[in-house]
Each structure stands twice: as C-alpha cells, then as structure tokens.
Design a protein around this ligand. Structure first.
Ligand SMILES: NC(=O)c1ccc[n+]([C@@H]2O[C@H](COP(=O)([O-])OP(=O)(O)OC[C@H]3O[C@@H](n4cnc5c(N)ncnc54)[C@H](OP(=O)(O)O)[C@@H]3O)[C@@H](O)[C@H]2O)c1
Length: 273
C-alpha cells in the first residue's frame, strides 16, 4: 500500500499541493498518494484524527487551519513554535503528531536562491502581521537587515509582533498612514489588497525597490499595482509555495527534491507565459 498524504484547507480546490508533491515523488522515484480535502471549518480535529486512524502519514495544512493545527500537534519543531502555526504534520510511529512550519524557510530560500535578493544592511517593509508574516520574520532578521518595519491594518498586532521578535534584530512597527520611504524590499503578506493601503504606499515605490508578494499567480493585484507605480523588480509567491512543499516532502520522505523544475511546471500549469 502506498503512503498517503493530503492537504487540508477551506477552500482547497485551487491548491497546487497534490500536483507539486506528485512531481516530487516522480522525480525521487517514490510512490505516494496525495489527496486534497476540503474540511468544514468546525471539523478540523475530527478530520485529522480520522486521517491518522486510516494510517495517513502526513498532512499539509492551509488557511484557515494553521493555528488549529498548532494546537492539535503534540510536539512541535522550533520553527513551528516561533510561528505559532503549523503547515506540515507528520504522524510519528509512537502516536505523536509532529507539527512543523516550512513557510519561513520556503520564503527565504526563494528570495535568496531564486531571486538573489540579499538583505544584509537593507531596509525591509513587511505588510501584514498574520500567520505568514509571523512565519517569515525570524528568517528575515537572520539575514541582518539594517531595519525591518512591520505595517498592518490593525496596528496593535504589528506592535506586538515587533516586540516579540525584538531579540532577533532591528525591528519596528508602523501604521500605513505613517509610512516613509527609503526601503529596499517591500513584502506583501496581507491576504487582501485594499485601496486604503495602496494610497498610503504609492509614494514609497521606486525602480530600485524589490517587491515580493506572498500570493502567487501570473498577475497578482499587488504586483500589478507595484508595476503601475514604477516598480521593475518583483516576484510572486510561487517559488515560496514550491520551496515550502519541498521542505515538507523532506520531513516526510527524508529526500530533498529539486525545486526549479517544479516551479517551472507550476508556472506552465498556471499559464505564466
Ligand atoms: N506562497 C506561499 O507559499 C504562501 C504561504 C503562506 C501564506 N501565503 C499568503 O500570504 C497571505 C497572508 O496569509 P496569512 O496566513 O498570514 O493570513 P492571515 O493570518 O489571515 O493574516 C492576514 C493579514 O492580512 C491583513 N488583512 C486582511 N484583510 C485586509 C484588508 N482588507 N486590508 C488590509 N489588510 C488586511 C490582516 O490584517 P489585520 O491584522 O488587520 O486583520 C493580516 O495582517 C495570503 O495571501 C496567503 O495566501 C502564501
């Protein structure tokens, strides 16, 4: 019997995870089953336990269940503890549920290895203070930027996040209205791109600013907006998606797949060109 994995989320129909993991399996000569399961919002725990009982080996977890997955896991990796969110579960042979978070490592690998954006002594502006922002913060600060500023609709959340990660590096928070310019990297980790934010940000865009959207797609709203305001260096989150999946695959299977060919296949599937 093949080992079975799945991605749990709601909605989930758009998920590329089954495609990505089957490509990794082909590439590394393994046979796995990988399912896509839409879980009703109030039935996450029951679904995880049922999957475990049916001898499932591991799960990817996407919105809106990453926090619930963190609470359900019985042991956590350090990076999951830091993110306080779990996007990868491994069912261990002793019955424990291991919770990991591969979003941060996926993001930084994409930024450094595929886009060659180096952060030492740079100024970074991070938009958003949700789960994804929390997951990438320590990886950003590890690169020793001159300053990392978090801006968020709910300012209090940005303040709390900056306080929490204070010991990792030079980090501060601001409201969108109080933003000034001079940044080298602008990262969008919000889930909705709204006009009130666009208005406050228009003045900070320049041709030297690199814009990274955690959302992926041929044309994301954020990157279209950045382009319209003069940005010429940008990336969407497709590389992050494949890199975080590769790290999950490594945790489950002990083999590290090559990501560049799979990024290319995903872009083809989504009609990037
Ligand atoms: N490429 C990848 O592999 C990958 C991996 C993980 C996540 N992501 C993407 O990252 C994004 C964020 O995910 P998440 O898990 O962090 O979501 P989340 O925890 O729900 O956080 C959402 C963030 O967006 C802000 N926001 C929501 N609606 C807004 C609005 N109308 N105007 C301004 N700000 C708004 C929230 O601000 P408040 O605090 O004020 O509510 C919060 O900061 C999503 O688009 C997700 O798809 C991509």
């Amino acid at each position: 019997m093949k080992d079975t994995y799945a991605v749990f989320g709601n909605p989930i129909s758009h998920s590329l995870s089954p495609f990505i993991h089957q490509e990794f399996a082909k590439q590394t000569n393994q046979e796995i089953d990988y399912l896509k399961i839409e879980v009703p919002p109030d039935q996450f725990t029951e679904h995880v336990q049922a999957f475990k009982k049916a001898h499932g080996k591991g799960l990817n977890i996407t919105a809106p269940f990453k926090q619930q997955a963190f609470e359900l896991a019985t042991i956590h990796t350090d990076r999951a503890k830091q993110a306080r969110a779990v996007n990868t579960i491994k069912f261990l042979s002793n019955g424990e549920i291991l919770g990991d978070n591969t979003d941060g490592i996926g993001f930084i690998r994409d930024l450094l290895e595929h886009h060659h954006v180096y952060l030492k002594d740079q100024k970074i502006l991070l938009l958003g203070a949700g789960g994804a922002a929390r997951g990438i913060l320590s990886y950003l600060l590890e690169q020793q930027p001159q300053l990392l500023t978090i801006a968020n609709r709910t300012l209090q959340k940005a303040i709390e996040l900056a306080d929490e990660f204070h010991s990792f590096g030079n980090i501060t928070s601001t409201s969108f209205e109080a933003l000034t310019n001079g940044f080298d990297l602008l990262i969008n980790a919000t889930s909705t791109w709204l006009s009130q934010v666009q208005f406050s940000l228009a003045s900070i865009i320049s041709s030297s600013l690199f814009c990274y959207d955690l959302k992926y797609g041929k044309e994301t709203q954020f990157l279209n907006w950045a382009k319209a305001h003069g940005s010429i260096k940008m990336a969407d989150g497709i590389g992050m998606l494949v890199e975080q999946a590769a790290e999950s695959f490594f945790l489950w299977r002990g083999v590290r797949p090559q990501t560049i060919p799979v990024i290319k296949l995903c872009k083809k599937k989504l009609h990037y060109s």
